[in-house]
Write a protein that binds this ligand. Structure first.
Ligand code: ATP
Ligand code: MG
Ligand code: MG
Length: 551
């Protein structure tokens, strides 16, 4: 067992439990339904659900749906599916911040009545100017001294739709000279004349993130509200609301570093751009660092969780090497994926001393270690090997390949020797003529002229044809969103290669969608979740056998 990486929030939670400050750990994962979840969210999910699970607590799934303009039901559905696919279950029903809108409205009235909130008619530009700079105090809004009655009446008019979008906002009356800009009379409510995916047209005013988030936590009895570092300077405001409202519990906010991975982007906004501009084929494109994309790529939930759990929960943002994620993918697939043979660049081999209508059913284990049983490999006179496994001329460098006059072992089958080869008009080798060396199943040749290499193969008459999609990194530079240029200028134009006419072992055609395999000598592949069928097999490359990133 490897030592658990640092998690300072868990350490705090353990102390809170031990010292009786909380009776039970309650966390929440609070996505805004404005996109699909990505690997950064997976980390947050593992932290929140993982901590609750390990400490006998509970974790809520809460949609932080306070801004209807970018939110959609499609995202709500996808997020639920992704959380469950990762192996987690939320406590009770899914929650929606929008289901607390009545309470938030009451709490806004509470602040107005206490003289702690006012309706402000400054334009966004004016408000910005009044707010000033962190190094000097801001100026109070001219609307700050309105009476409670006037504010109550104006806020009611805001709610009733009597003002246009942008005409006014409700602000808290806190401290225009605070060095923390978040405390300079932050916005509580803004007007948005838009339907909401949960509340329809009930509201035309919507609470700000700050006026909603801590209160959502308090309503749900969340004890440890975990967010990312950019919210650290919102914490005083979070606490101000908790202190100044009649909330049923007192949650506390803790911040940890965002997870970023090199050669990709982890921002819903940017991922949405890749989708909207057709650079990828959707949120679940196997090249995307989304949970749905990684799933379609053949990453397992366990591998993603193992990766997330291997990272510290600390107060620093960092960029993690893609190779680190891939280590966990490979490690998991090596242990679990059944083996198979697929020829991606087929070259026909005709075994002239093997009878034309003979079919021998050879067998091979589905997995070297697991007891998954055996697979049947029909052996026939005509087979395919990979073009890369044949060379016209022998050299030491190619001693493990098939060359004229030399031998090779066909994996899980016989030894053959190449006699001659045919070329087409373009000068390409199109066929090898070979001989089978008898009695070499699981044995070396009697003449002791042993082959140096082993190659994979598929029967030409009994194999099936498949489409195989190969992927490369989505961006050509390690930090596509950190430089001067737009991140889209770093998109790798060759991140997808579709190879038609590959040959696969017959059984592989019957693979269940989403079943992963190791195609021997090629890498790990998965039967596409949507496009694969026994009639038209489609496999996506998950990852190669060896790390090709960190060299
Ligand atoms: P994005 O910028 O991609 O939209 P976000 O933080 O706005 O991310 P939310 O839907 O608000 O997305 O995120 C839900 C939860 O996931 C939040 O608690 C957030 O802090 C966390 N989270 C988002 N991105 C990351 C990340 N890269 N690493 C760790 N946690 C993250
Ligand atoms: Mg957010
Ligand atoms: Mg966001």
């Amino acid at each position: 067992e490897k030592a658990k990486p640092v998690n300072f929030i868990r350490a705090i939670a353990e102390q809170d439990l031990a010292e009786g400050r909380v009776a039970k750990i309650i966390t929440r994962f609070p996505p805004e339904p404005n996109g699909y979840l990505h690997i950064g969210h997976a980390k947050s999910i593992c932290v929140n659900f993982g901590m609750a699970e390990e400490m006998g607590g509970e974790c809520n799934l809460r949609f932080d749906d306070t801004n209807p303009s970018k939110e959609e039901q499609e995202y709500v559905d996808a997020i639920k599916e992704d959380v469950q696919w990762l192996g987690f279950q939320w406590a009770g029903d899914v929650r929606y911040a929008s289901s607390y809108f009545d309470t938030f409205y009451e709490w806004a009235l509470h602040l107005i009545k206490a003289g702690k909130a006012y309706v402000c008619h400054l334009s966004p530009e004016q408000a910005k100017e009044y707010r000033g700079w962190a190094t000097e105090p801001g100026k109070p809004s001219p609307y700050r001294e309105r009476s409670v009655d006037e504010n109550l009446a104006l806020f009611e008019q805001m709610r009733a739709g009597e003002f246009a979008e942008g005409e006014c906002v409700l602000r808290a009356n806190i401290d225009m000279s605070s060095p923390n800009m978040n405390m300079r009379d932050p916005i509580l409510y803004r007007i948005r004349k838009q339907s909401h995916h949960q509340t329809g047209d009930k509201w035309c005013i919507y609470p700000s993130y700050d006026f909603a988030h801590g209160q959502e936590d308090a309503i749900e009895g969340v004890t440890h509200s975990i967010c990312t570092l950019e919210f650290a300077d919102h914490r005083p405001l979070y606490e101000w609301f908790i202190e100044n409202l009649p909330v049923p519990s007192k949650p506390r906010q803790y911040e940890f570093g965002r997870l970023n991975i090199n050669y990709t982007v982890t921002s819903k906004r940017k991922l949405k751009q890749l989708v909207d501009e057709g650079i990828v084929q959707g949120w679940n494109d196997p090249r995307m660092p989304t949970v749905a994309g990684m799933r379609r790529r053949g990453y397992s939930p366990a591998a993603i969780r193992n990766f997330c759990d291997s990272l510290a929960v600390a107060k620093t943002d960092g960029v993690v090497d893609m190779a680190q994620l891939e280590f966990f993918i490979r490690d998991d697939l090596n242990k679990t994926a059944p083996r198979g043979m697929a020829v991606l660049k087929p070259l026909k081999v005709v075994i002239s001393n093997y009878p034309e209508d003979q079919v021998e059913m050879l067998t091979a284990p589905k997995h070297p270690d697991l007891d998954l049983g055996e697979r049947l490999l029909p052996f026939t006179r005509e087979i395919y090997i990979d073009q890369d496994d044949f060379k016209e001329e022998y050299s030491k460098k190619f001693k493990k390949k098939l060359t004229p006059g030399k031998r090779i072992r066909l994996r899980n089958a016989y030894v053959i020797e190449a006699d001659s080869y045919d070329k087409n008009e373009a000068g390409e080798v199109v066929q090898i003529n070979a001989s089978l060396i008898p009695d070499t199943l699981g044995k070396n040749p009697a003449d002791e002229i042993n082959p140096k290499g082993v190659v994979h193969w598929v029967s030409a008459s009994h194999g099936k044809q498949a489409t195989i999609r190969l992927y490369d990194r989505l961006f050509t530079v390690p930090t596509p969103d950190k430089g001067e240029e737009d991140f889209l200028s770093h998109v790798n134009p060759n991140s997808l290669t579709i190879v038609e006419g590959c040959w696969i072992e017959p059984d592989l055609a019957n693979a269940a969608n989403e079943q992963g395999f190791q195609f021997e000598r090629e890498g790990y592949f998965v039967a596409d979740r949507y496009d694969h069928s026994p009639e038209q097999p489609v496999f996506n490359m998950t990852i190669g056998l060896r790390d090709t990133w960190s060299n």
